[in-house]
Design a protein around this ligand. Structure first.
Ligand code: SAH
Length: 253
């Protein structure tokens, strides 16, 4: 059995209880060393084999999984954040299907949640934004035309950009081309959310590239954009004293 596990955004104690338990039982751990905190390997038992997939191809990763499977051993494939986002797990699962090898997935705390925590922010503020667009700027990996950043930017909602820190001049241009965000729309760059070296840079859409340059941030960062980083919003209905819902009778003040 192969267990795909979300490692969480960085801090080793942000892996789920289930993920930590499986890490402790694994005979073999293949982890994405470019982004997964090596401190997560402290959960492993003695004698567990460890592979860093940063220098491996998908074929090599699957070959290690298959070899362990044949030997009756349990393998954990440890991916950063939550594996469902930019995790490249589908291609591994399809290969395992061909080989008749079983697998399951344990979710993880994604970096976008880690970034919100670092900002002490709520992405979905009433009257500001009720949607979060998670996307990336097209780079060496293309983005489907219908999801071009300037099109996503036409909604003006909360946006979280993965994998885009090296392309912030284009990001600024594309965000403004959507016609809703302005140069003054609040933005933030969150570097290594939840890691000991976490840094938060609050800026605006018009100063994203400059802020990254000034602070020498080139990777392992998320770009967050939108009015949720500002100071204006409406209170939620849920906790409004006058609002009635299934669990509480509202009272007129
Ligand atoms: N599956 C992961 C994302 C993998 S893509 C998740 O759910 O978080 C890798 C990108 O995620 C990086 O280029 C960076 O943009 C972002 N990232 C990963 N960890 C991060 C962290 N701790 N802080 C900020 N950004 C992070």
């Amino acid at each position: 059995m192969i267990h795909f596990i979300g490692a969480g955004p960085g801090a080793a104690d942000l892996v789920t209880v289930r993920g930590a338990k499986l890490l402790g039982e694994a005979d073999c751990i293949i982890y994405a060393g470019s982004l997964v905190n090596p401190a997560l390997l402290d959960y492993k038992k003695d004698g567990c084999a460890v592979y860093d997939s940063a220098s491996m191809t998908m074929e090599e990763v699957v070959a290690v999984m298959a070899e362990n499977e044949r030997a009756g051993k349990m393998t954990v494939r440890l991916h950063t954040g939550d594996p469902s986002l930019y995790g490249a797990i589908r291609e591994q699962m399809d290969e395992l299907d061909k080989l008749g090898i079983d697998y399951d997935v344990t979710p993880g705390v994604s970096a976008f949640s880690g970034a919100a925590a670092a900002l002490c922010a709520e992405y979905t503020l009433p009257d500001v934004s009720q949607s979060v667009i998670i996307t990336r700027m097209a780079g060496r990996t293309p983005v489907p035309e219908g999801e071009a950043l300037h099109k996503m930017a036409t909604h003006g909602c909360t946006m979280v950009l993965f994998l885009s820190t090296g392309l912030l001049e284009e990001v600024e241009r594309e965000l403004l081309a959507g016609g809703v965000y302005t140069k003054d729309t609040p933005a933030a760059i969150v570097y290594k959310a939840t890691w000991p070296e976490q840094r938060v840079y609050r800026c605006t859409v018009g100063t994203l590239a400059q802020t990254a340059r000034d602070n020498k941030v080139t990777k392992t960062a998320l770009i967050t954009i939108g009015g949720f980083l500002g100071d204006e919003y409406e209170r939620s209905k849920l906790y409004d004293p006058e609002f009635t819902h299934g669990y509480r009778e509202g009272k007129k003040s």
